[in-house]
Ligand binder design. Structure first.
Ligand code: IMP
Length: 192
């Protein structure tokens, strides 16, 4: 079976993709290939960071691999937090602090349009491919729901009445940025 490294330290993400791909590939985590160091993420764009992580693994470990990077882009904040989504509220990468800062910065602003963007970067035998997923929505004035993670409690997807944190993970994944990008990756891999 073809092997593919998922450049993530998060075992749950590896298990999730394994389930989605239904046994067509064997996915390995960074730990599985002995990559325990922190991979640099120093680019100015989400796509740039996704490519940087995949290239790091390909160049240093010689393995076919993919990585993903996600950001929340808020129109009224000129695109912030964007590539800084994880550490917007401080270096601790604390989700509550991140949300507090978003709500503080937005204040009573009426334009609360935002989108999540995920880019998956895949490298197969040195050839690079990227897959993008975007979900549009608005930033709520208060947190709603207790599922999910990150900015989910304040993100209301366009046309829906539930925040991401009020949805089951199945419902969220059907419409989410990551779900869309992962579907594109899946179709690509299954059509090789
Ligand atoms: P990462 O690229 O997965 O590390 O995500 C960057 C930042 O965006 C982190 O603060 C995550 O918590 C947040 N984030 C990523 N995906 C989601 C999501 O689906 N919902 C809410 N926040 C997310």
């Amino acid at each position: 079976m073809n092997q593919l490294v998922f450049a993530t330290a998060n075992k749950n993400k590896v298990l999730e993709i394994q389930k989605i791909m239904d046994g067509h590939y064997k996915f390995l985590s960074l730990m599985d290939i002995g990559c325990l160091e922190e991979i640099p993420e120093t680019q100015q764009t989400i796509k740039g960071n996704a490519l940087q992580k995949a290239r790091y693994v390909y160049e240093n470990y010689g393995k076919n691999c993919f990585s993903e990077d996600t950001g929340l882009i808020i129109d009224a904040l000129n695109g912030a937090p964007g590539v800084y989504s994880a550490r917007y509220g401080g270096p601790e990468k604390d989700a509550n602090a991140n949300i507090d800062k978003v709500l503080r910065e937005l204040g009573a602003t009426e334009n609360r349009n935002a989108h999540f963007k995920t880019v998956i970067a895949l490298i197969l035998d040195g050839k690079e491919y990227t897959f993008e997923g975007i979900v549009n929505g608005t930033i709520l004035k208060n947190r709603r729901g207790s599922f999910g993670f990150g900015y989910d409690p304040v993100f209301l997807p366009l046309g829906k009445f539930k925040s991401f944190a009020e949805m089951s993970s199945e419902d969220k994944n059907k419409i989410s940025h990551r779900g869309i990008a992962t579907d594109k990756l899946k179709s690509f891999l299954l059509n090789l």
